[in-house]
Write a protein that binds this ligand. Sequence first.
Ligand code: T5A
Length: 236
Amino acid sequence: MDSPIVINEEQGSAESRGWFVTFEGGEGAGKTTQIARLARTLRSRGCDVVSTREPGGTPGADAIRSLVLSGAAEDLGTETEAILFAAARLDHIALVIRPALERGAIVLCDRFHDSTRVYQGLATGSDQEFLKIVEDAVLEDIRPSLTLMLDLPAEIGLARASARRQNAALPDRFEKETLALHEARRQGFLTIARSEPDRCVVIDALQEEDAVARSVLDAFDLRLPGCARKGADATS
Ligand code: T5A
């Protein structure tokens, strides 16, 4: 196995190491919007930024995305769905995330392992020990340096997601579930944030878009100062 990339406590201490930042939260919380904005800001500082998403990010993972979001795997049960997300993540890490981090890039990822912990885990009552074994096997040393949890009432996020769809498509496998379950997922993300405060920052996603972007950038600069400095050095 390759030598491990230490991405947690030694952020940016070696020039060749990148930074792995994940965005998490419920449906329509604004993750895609905010990743695009943060990527633009960081690129304007001269940073090498890779924006990606889960499930997906590679042709193989995108195929699994289509399968899972269509609902075709729903009857197989939550743990099987967790394995499908894990398979997509394994490919995504191998082909996109690890190579980008190894060359020193900032990887901004729309959902990652916390989504499995919440959607297939905390909010479902499935076997936590099983999910932990799968998570450790897939992630190995690839752990986010920073996770931005975009938080807002589930009802509002769902309304935003629905407005964006403009009736062009039906809600996917997860969007169509009950409001109570979406609220349970919101609480699941907040529970993770409380239990891992060194990694997670909760962002008030109810604010208007520019204010959310400022909160995201402030959290990024505060938590990953070496990363901001590296970008500034690159442009000077
Ligand atoms: N899943 C995923 C699992 O179950 N397990 C897993 O392990 C993983 C990785 C993915 C689904 O898969 C599940 C979770 C999901 O259900 P997806 O289509 O990728 O499905 O869905 P989401 O990740 O939820 O992405 P969405 O596109 O629905 O939401 P975003 O990205 O959070 O929101 P965004 O930025 O697209 O914004 C939604 C709308 O709101 C507006 C935007 O313009 C857009 O129209 N908006 C705002 N409006 C007002 N104020 C603001 N501050 C706004 N910010 C954005």
